[in-house]
Design a protein around this ligand. Structure first.
Ligand SMILES: [Zn+2]
Ligand SMILES: [Zn+2]
Ligand SMILES: [Zn+2]
Ligand SMILES: [Zn+2]
Length: 494
């Protein structure tokens, strides 16, 4: 098995066609996708030892067949850290994420991680108080050699947008941030990169050469070697033009949930399901839900304007404006989650990591599962599956498309429409769905209040700053309380 290697991308593929091809190629390769074990560029002997130690570690977590409980935990084959795993990729992911330190020590590779910047240091999760720190290795200040690449290839407008994140212990976020900034500038990438002591989260756009060099360098960074792999990069057609600029910064959290990572850590995350596993779960949920006997909640943990234009059939989509309201949403709706199995999903998986940890911390759900790689990865394998409509993205493209369904409507005339525009009112940041016909009639604001404001602004010389509030923001409660039982959710086509 080639660890951590994905098929090379064609150079001039159409987005959807390319995605389908890649998905097909992956299906052919089957389940042995390079998730297992250490994915680093170790020397042969080291790699073999690391792989062996990894396999042994996983083996030790196996639930003996005899003691597998027929009721409830039927499919459970591994247990670790109070979590149950039914499929190999799940336990592999868990061990890679949380036990790389232990595995490294078993393999005898973790002796002196900090000293060997290019070496085989296991990262993350292994620092012991009072003991010798086997935590995050030093950040290697590596910039790729671009001398063989023409300026045109490096700066071409035809390219990709990458989405990725990596939870790991970062000892020196400032240094990581500085390196990221230098790296992105070096590769002419635009976008946003958030760095924190809990990891890194990025969405960057650039030419195909630039983005593939970026992935290569990220994968060889010692800090990410044991936690990040090729598959963790979600790619879609785009380029540097999808973002206005480059923003790299140090934050407290790599995705703003508003809860201190020391209080709710990514290490307490729910169980990861592969797209296939998630697909099966949704299928089962939908068939039970129509009979009114589901013990499962399919939870979209994105913002309302994201789920509005695309979501999984039968999902519960909270009417929240930002992810930092999600914890309050959970708090206010705890009853809803009581004794339920929760299937969570988001765009690329990152919000579910700590969102599921938060939900788990409440100790009300039976189990919390999350879609590994998010909708992005799901659509690569199931472009025509249970996810209908478009996938909202936080860049100038607003959405990416995998099936032709339109599940939302023009705000003004109600015709099917799912292409967002920014409200035309100067001080408003709301998105609006207004169809071309309505646009032509001048209906370009998010609501009548804003439309009015805009008229005032254009008729008056700029001066007085108008309040940012409008009908849309006023009408929306910060934290909606669900009055529906999930059983009553629409499980029809959309
Ligand atoms: Zn564990
Ligand atoms: Zn319209
Ligand atoms: Zn507006
Ligand atoms: Zn409005």
């Amino acid at each position: 098995m080639v660890l951590g290697e994905a098929a090379p991308r064609g150079s001039a593929e159409g987005a959807a066609a390319g995605r389908k091809q890649r998905a097909a190629a992956r299906r052919k390769v089957g389940r042995g996708r390079g998730r297992a074990g250490p994915r680093c560029n170790l020397g042969n002997e080291d790699a073999r030892r690391a792989f062996q130690a990894f396999s042994l570690f996983v083996k030790a977590k196996e639930v003996p067949a005899a003691s597998r409980c027929p009721g409830g935990g039927e499919g459970v084959r591994w247990r670790c850290c109070r979590q149950a795993f039914e499929e190999l990729p799940g336990i592999h992911r868990h061990v890679a994420l949380h036990h790389s330190g232990d595995v490294g020590r078993q393999a005898g590779l973790g002796a002196a991680p900090a000293e060997s910047a290019g070496g085989a240091a296991p990262a993350g999760g292994s620092a012991r108080p009072g003991g010798r720190s086997c935590g995050s290795p030093e950040i290697a200040w590596a910039l790729p050699d671009t001398s063989h690449v023409s300026h045109d290839d490096l700066t071409s407008q035809v390219g990709d947008v990458l989405l990725y994140y990596c939870y790991c212990e970062v000892r020196d976020p400032e240094k990581l941030c500085a390196w990221q900034k230098a790296l992105c500038q070096h590769l002419h990438l635009t976008g946003k990169v958030r760095v924190a002591s809990e990891g890194i989260n990025g969405t960057v756009g650039g030419s195909k050469v630039a983005t593939s060099l970026y992935i290569k360098v990220m994968l060889s960074q010692p800090l990410f070697k044991t936690t990040l792999c090729q598959e963790d990069f979600k790619s879609s057609a785009g380029g540097a033009h999808c973002f206005p600029d480059l923003r790299v910064g140090v934050f407290k959290e790599i995705v703003p949930m508003g809860i201190d990572p020391k209080i709710v850590s990514y290490k307490e995350t729910g169980i990861h399901l592969s797209p296939q596993e998630f697909h099966r779960e949704v299928e089962q949920y939908l068939s039970q839900a129509t009979q009114g006997q589901s013990d499962t909640i399919l939870l979209d943990c994105r913002n309302f304007y994201e789920s509005k234009i695309g979501h999984f059939q039968g999902c519960l989509a909270p009417d929240i404006r930002k992810f930092s309201y999600f914890p309050s949403y959970v708090d206010e709706n705890l009853e809803l989650f009581k004794d339920k199995r929760v299937l969570m999903y988001c765009t690329g998986g990152i919000r579910c990591e700590r969102g599921s940890a938060y939900l788990r911390s409440k100790a009300v759900c039976r189990e919390v599962y999350q879609l590994k790689g998010g909708i992005h990865k799901y659509l690569e394998e199931f472009p025509d599956g249970f996810y209908r409509g478009k996938l909202f993205v936080f860049d100038d493209r607003y959405a990416i498309c995998s099936n032709e369904d339109i599940i939302s409507a023009c705000r003004y005339c109600g015709v099917l429409w799912d292409q967002y525009k920014l409200c035309s009112s100067q001080h408003c940041r709301q998105l609006v769905l207004t169809c071309p016909a309505c646009c032509n009639k001048g209906l370009t604001a998010c609501c009548p209040v804003c439309q009015e404001k805009e008229l005032k602004v254009t008729s008056r010389a700029s001066g007085q700053i108008l309040k940012e509030e409008c009908e849309c923001t006023r009408r929306r409660p910060r934290v909606p309380i669900e009055h529906v039982s999930p059983r009553m959710l629409d499980t029809g086509k959309y």
